[in-house]
Design a protein around this ligand. Structure first.
Ligand SMILES: [Zn+2]
Length: 223
């Protein structure tokens, strides 16, 4: 961790953590020995680390700007956004480290976002087309329909009356194990509508490590 020290005409030492970058800054009196500053930092190290971690979590949740070099995620992997121009047919291509979005010239942020959302939707649908039938068989339930939506507060939902499932588009950004957890969770609701002890027993029976998978997702929004 890098800490910048600024010498000022002040009497006391001040520590601040930038809200936008989570960088640590110290303002110290001009004559204060560096050892004193070091001691202060060492004593506060636990607190600084905690604050920085929570800020970093907040920063990573900031809305995307869809600019070159920005981090974007697919199946839990980080990719660097690279913007390119094409004559027609916008497309999204993944390399080992980059997610390349090609749009026609004059495209704005919304067009880039739409191209990416389309990519996420197609990929997620492919994954669901693999997972849902497998788990329908394992659990012995049948789903009438599943759709993908942009949702703010949930990873998925299930209508026990109609057998319709909904999955959050955001899932495409998370590891496959997490997507599978949400599929099993929603399908298990066809056997048990509420999150009671029976539901949890069923989950453990179907997916013994469901709690870890749920925890991995909970760091963002809840299922
Ligand atoms: Zn649920």
């Amino acid at each position: 961790m890098e800490i910048k020290v600024f010498r000022k005409k002040i009497k006391n030492l001040y520590l601040s953590i930038c809200r936008d970058s989570a960088n640590v800054k110290i303002s110290a009196p001009i004559a204060m020995p560096i050892e004193t500053i070091q001691d202060f930092v060492n004593k506060k190290a636990g607190w600084i680390e905690k604050k920085r971690k929570s800020l970093q979590r907040k920063i990573s949740r900031k809305p995307n700007e869809y600019i070159d070099g920005e981090n974007h995620y697919f199946l839990g992997q980080k990719y660097i956004l690279k913007l390119e121009k094409v004559i027609s047919n916008p497309k999204v291509v993944l390399t080992d480290s980059e997610i390349i979005v090609s749009t026609v010239s004059g495209a704005n942020i919304k067009d880039i976002q739409a191209a990416l959302d389309w990519f996420y939707r197609v990929e997620l649908l492919g994954i669901l087309d693999d997972l849902v039938p497998v788990w329908e068989k394992k659990i012995c339930v049948s789903v009438s329909e599943y759709t993908i939506r942009k949702m703010k507060t949930r990873w998925g939902s299930c209508s026990t009356q109609t057998g319709k499932l909904r999955f959050n588009l955001e899932l495409a950004k998370h590891p496959l194990e997490c997507i599978e957890y949400v599929v099993v969770h929603e399908l298990a609701h066809l056997l048990e509508a509420s999150h009671n002890a029976r539901f949890k027993r069923l989950m453990t029976e179907f997916l013994p490590d469901w709690k870890q998978r749920e925890k991995a997702l909970k760091s963002v929004i809840t299922a």
